[in-house]
Design a protein. Sequence first.
Length: 382
Amino acid sequence: MADFVFKISPNVVLGSYTSSRLGQLVSDYGSKFMLIIDPILKEFGTTEKITKSLTDRNVDYFTFEELPSNTDTSILENALTLAKEAHVHGVIACGGGRTLAVAKALCALYYETHDIYDFIDGATPSTAPLPLICLPTTMRDNFIFTERIPIVDSRSNIIKLIKTQPGLCKLVVWDPSLSLGLTEKQNSAMALETLSLGVEAYMSQKSTFFSDMLIEKGLELFSYGIDGSPTLTITTPREVLYCQAGCMTSLGAATSSLGACTLIALAINGRYKISRSLTSTILLPYIIEDGAKFQASRLAKIAKILRACPEDTKDADAVTAFAEYVRQKIAKVNLPSRLKELSLSIEQLTLAVEDCGDMDLINSLPRSMTTDDLFEIIKQAY
């Protein structure tokens, strides 16, 4: 087994209404910030809560809300220019994956003198990063604890993974109350994407005893959130359980590796602006069935953690029950179950698969896979 090395970074604060302490929490990282925040949060009063916490603590900030449906290099260039002109001490990001990706890329490249497209094309930042504080408004984030950022190259509409410096993110404030504005469908899709993230990391060749521990506990909490607790002793609200599960699963995935669901979902999102959660959810049963060929015992263990089958079920039957469990969850909330329901043609998906082959993530999948293997899974899910 490879040596296990674990560094505590970033600091994580998780709990209901922890965002109300933001002004106090960021004071260790400076007094002048750029606040990158999803504009939709205004509708739920979240923006006002965040800014009030900063104002009450006399933290100087300005907001950046120019976030369209995807995160691309043109948005990043604009944000970088504004941050440099303001001479900020750090960046606070509040929102979902696209918001956090812009903020993370900005912090990674803030002190760089080269063109951002050098980094899009594979260069690694060599300067110290600007401090980043993240407030995720969803229960999971595939990249928040990793040294990669998904950014769409506006020249080609192809997703790229930018490398970042270690320790870029200084603080993550995970507040379950920030996700209360999501619809039931959105919550369900993100919950199933959290499950997908855990499955990928648990099957990965890079998994360790530590990532396994995080994933197993995270998926146990997930099961309590989606199906309720098997006993009356657990009375934690569902949104808190989901938040805890998402945090642990995201951390477990960062200490292991992401997989095919994430890779394909990234490529489709980059080209066609389709939600990564929806794509991952559709693909998950097929990834489980593919994984039965080489990781049946691990998938069976997840099935039993989720109570998708009895404890004494044989591995092959447990994997079958697990795939059916996911399909039932998809059907229950009327989520798309086939890729063709996303209004994509098989020809369009062919281009997305080609994009997958250009991302280094393809080299760390749970099993060795080519773009042909990925396309086979897509055809089954189509």
